[in-house]
Design a protein around this ligand. Structure first.
Ligand code: FAD
Length: 364
């Protein structure tokens, strides 16, 4: 509760201002980062909070209900930390994780101009030259890269794949913001060029020649979990704004909420919020229990939550009508932010493909 109150107090009513300006205050990010709140799952041994998936998820939903740009930065930081937790050896975890719980910021780059849904088309090259690792390539739409001190970059390495921690200030790194994103406008999306970036081989997480799909799946699992809970937050913000408006605004001599067609929007929003919450709780339960079902439960939670958030935000704009139909209003921001959640961390279609493959291989 203290952590929720801290974020609520720090964000206040500023999310729309940040969205319109396209910028989050850097001191806010550093303060939350130094409190371990941007990657709450990191164990206490590395300066983190050691939060369970369930607790981290509920906290992520709370941040998502306030500001999806901030939640997006949290997703990136958490995904970077999770990648280091999963792929890094003990020395690398000791070297990098305390930075991510003491105020440094991180982002994760998979996508490239020709590798969106199909990450096997990745062309970034990671190679070892003695005790130096060399990284060359281009990453696009990297959330939080504008703010990041560290970039976790995935690429090809020999016949397999690799992930490497790249300081944003390393010679050969160029970070350029994506102009005018449709939503999560203050999340600091940026394209990143890596021009023969040379780093100590200790920056290579877990060695060379690993399976690229397995590496990517490990990192994306956290991203999906975090986006799913963030979408629960979007739905909660929409539900709140819709309920308040439907109670207070009168048309035809009665509150909007007493008109059956508006009441139906409210009921649908509640169903959306509850269904998304249950799907996320199930995914978190699988994480916390170490269940092998975690991968599919996380894809399902992401798919359910993003779809409900996109449709729910559209319903909320409908309930508020002109009162919510302008930039600077929570439901207009939710509408733009939620649509993007159907694209990232496995688009609707990619989630459906994964779920359908699960059906084909497991359902008899
Ligand atoms: P495409 O892959 O070109 O797909 C276009 C459409 O075709 C989509 O609807 C897709 O679902 C569909 N499609 C593709 N293949 C199939 C298929 N086999 N069957 C059916 N339909 C298919 N990337 C990062 O690396 N790090 C980040 O932090 C990051 N943050 C992002 C934040 C935002 C707001 C956005 C918009 C993007 C971000 N991305 C990030 C990139 C994101 O991962 C990609 O946009 C996403 O993977 C989809 O790729 P694409 O945009 O190239 O679309």
């Amino acid at each position: 509760a203290g952590q929720r109150d801290l974020v609520s107090a720090l964000v206040g009513d500023q999310a729309d201002k940040w969205d319109l300006a396209g910028e989050l205050p850097e001191e806010l990010l550093r303060q939350l980062g130094a409190a371990g709140l941007l990657c709450a799952q990191v164990p206490a041994a590395h300066g983190g909070l050691g939060a369970s998936s369930a607790a981290n998820g509920e906290f992520t939903a709370h941040v998502g209900s306030l500001c999806s740009s901030l939640r997006s930065v949290m997703t990136s930081q958490g995904m970077a930390a999770w990648t280091i937790q999963r792929l890094g050896d003990a020395d690398q975890q000791r070297a990098w994780l305390p930075r991510l719980t003491s105020g440094q910021l991180a982002a994760v780059g998979f996508s490239e101009p020709a590798a969106g849904s199909d990450l096997s088309a990745m062309d970034t090259r990671i190679s070892l030259e003695g005790d130096t690792v060399v990284v060359s390539g281009q990453k696009v739409w990297v959330t939080a890269a504008h703010y990041a001190d560290l970039l976790v970059v995935f690429g090809r390495c020999g016949d397999g794949g690799a992930a490497v921690v790249v300081p944003a200030t390393a010679p050969g790194v160029l970070v350029e913001r994506v102009a005018d994103p449709m939503g999560c406008r203050a999340a600091g999306h940026a394209n990143v060029r890596l021009d023969a970036v040379r780093l100590p081989a200790t920056h290579l997480l877990g060695g060379v020649g690993q399976s690229l799909p397995l590496l990517v799946t490990a990192a994306l699992a956290y991203g999906r979990f975090s986006v799913a809970w963030g979408c629960v937050g979007i739905l909660r913000a929409c539900l709140r704004a819709s309920a308040e408006h439907a109670r207070s605004r009168q048309q035809f001599g009665t509150p909007l909420g007493q008109h059956q067609l508006i009441a139906r929007h409210l009921a649908d929003l509640l169903v959306a919020e509850q269904v998304a919450t249950r799907a996320c709780e199930h995914a978190s339960h699988c994480w916390d229990a170490g269940s092998p079902d975690v991968v599919i439960a996380t894809v399902l939670a992401k798919h359910v939550s993003a779809g409900h958030a996109a449709r729910g935000a559209a319903s909320a704009v409908q309930v508020l009508a002109s009162a919510g139909a302008r930039d600077g209003h929570v439901v207009a921001r939710a509408y733009r932010d939620a649509k993007l959640m159907e694209i990232i961390e496995g688009s609707n279609e990619i989630c459906q493909l994964i779920l359908s493959q699960h059906v084909l291989t497991t359902v008899r």
